[in-house]
Design a protein around this ligand. Structure first.
Ligand SMILES: Cc1cc2nc3c(=O)[nH]c(=O)nc-3n(C[C@H](O)[C@H](O)[C@H](O)COP(=O)(O)O)c2cc1C
Length: 381
């Protein structure tokens, strides 16, 4: 394939390079995957307003997310097992994000640890927290994020119980892969990936192994989640985390107006309108269809961020027009990483930046701060 021009191009390349169980782990939603599809499809229902004969020079996409400068309103979303899309994936993606000038969010369930990512970056990154029953471990994890100088803590609220993803179960997903005939065949057809993976020591869950006690079966994400994640997590716990952390706090996984108001009540700095990329409650509405309702519900009490289904710079612009102060991309950067390592993450960001910039100009705007509902011709939500 010639130079990738779209996120779909990167996805095609990643499919060829990454073993099936890990490519499918990225490209999957819960159960029927209806919400996963709706996240992408609903963007096309929003139409942009074409404007002409206005000054299009000196355009700027620069903005802030929770007070942090970013060259465009896009951050890298926290994604588990990123070091299985490409060897040392989290370290590569963090470096790409830092060089590009956008925030990188490290998942609790990453392969590279907080300390690994810290060792290759010079600016603060963000850390995403899953809350487990073992509160001592959570306190230590927050302490490690503080020690690494992380600039924001993203607490994920929508995955205390794992939504069933059929592909992962059928593929026997585990990290590192368990030796079965099925996994051996998946790996045998991806020799480059295997070679690179042999060249790193990071093949397990770097934030957990050697840090959490009583970890019995960490290679199986579903078994470990069921055993360790706290299904009683509540708004009171968010307040406890906020006090413990003491810095910028972002609550991720809000898809309902009532929950959005509760998030604002905690005094958190931002919420993320998200259905976990359609990986949790299948049958829930698309993220973009809920965004304007949530923006209305909270007003300016809390910054509203957005993720789910962004596959182009146009999608980012539409989310911004509907009131998102910032957005996150998950699969787009994972496909880039799987396809071409660090360069692929930069390519994904560059594709999105160029699309956003040209679209903004064709909508007659020069500054992202001026892009509101005024750039939309119609929006159905
Ligand atoms: C492979 C994969 C792993 C993910 N792991 C996490 C995670 O560890 N923590 C988390 O809060 N969200 C996780 N998410 C959800 C993303 O942070 C984000 O909400 C979602 O990917 C956004 O949708 P998009 O992929 O369509 O951009 C994951 C998503 C994917 C695709």
């Amino acid at each position: 394939m010639s130079k990738p021009l779209t996120i779909a191009d990167l996805k095609k390349l990643a499919r060829r390079r990454v073993p099936k169980m890990f490519f499918d782990y990225a490209d999957s939603g819960a159960w029927t995957e209806g919400t996963y599809r709706a996240n992408e499809d609903d963007f096309s229902k929003i139409k942009l307003r074409q404007r002409v004969l206005v000054d299009m020079t000196n355009r700027s996409l620069a903005t802030t997310m929770v007070g942090q400068k970013t060259v465009m309103p896009v951050a890298l979303a926290p994604t588990g097992l990123t070091g299985m899309q490409h060897a040392d994936g989290e370290m590569l993606a963090a470096k790409a994000a830092e060089e590009f000038g956008v925030p990188f969010t490290l998942s609790t369930m990453s392969i590279c640890s907080i300390e690994d990512v810290k060792s290759v970056t010079s600016k603060p990154f963000w850390f995403q927290l899953y809350v487990m029953k073992d509160r001592g471990f959570i306190e230590r994890l927050i302490g490690r994020a503080k020690a690494a100088g992380c600039a924001a803590l993203v607490v994920t609220a929508d995955l205390q119980i794992l939504g069933q993803r059929h592909k992962d179960l059928r593929n026997g997903l585990s990290a590192p892969p368990k030796w079965t005939l099925n996994s051996a065949m998946q790996l045998a057809t991806r020799p480059q990936w295997c070679l690179e993976m042999l060249g790193t020591k990071r093949r397990g869950f770097g934030n957990i192994v050697g840090h959490a006690s009583n970890v019995s079966d960490l290679s199986s994400l579903s078994a470990w989640t069921a055993e360790q994640f706290d299904p009683q997590l509540s708004w009171d716990d968010i307040r406890w985390i906020k006090d413990l952390w003491g810095g910028k706090l972002i609550i991720k996984g809000i898809l309902d107006e009532e929950d959005a108001r509760a998030a604002a009540d905690t005094g958190a700095d931002a919420l993320i309108v998200s259905n976990h990329g359609g990986r949790q409650l299948d049958g829930a509405p698309s993220s973009i269809s809920m965004l304007p309702k949530i923006v209305d519900a909270v007003g300016d009490r809390i910054e509203v961020h957005f993720d789910g289904g962004i596959r182009s710079g146009q999608d980012v612009l539409k989310a911004v027009a509907l009131g998102a102060k910032g957005t996150y991309i998950g699969r787009p950067f994972l496909y880039g990483l799987g396809a071409m390592g660090k360069e692929g993450v930069t390519t994904a960001l560059d594709i999105i930046r160029k699309e956003m910039d040209i679209t903004m100009a064709l909508c007659g705007k020069r500054d992202i701060a001026d892009c509101g509902k005024n750039i939309l011709a119609s929006q159905p939500f």
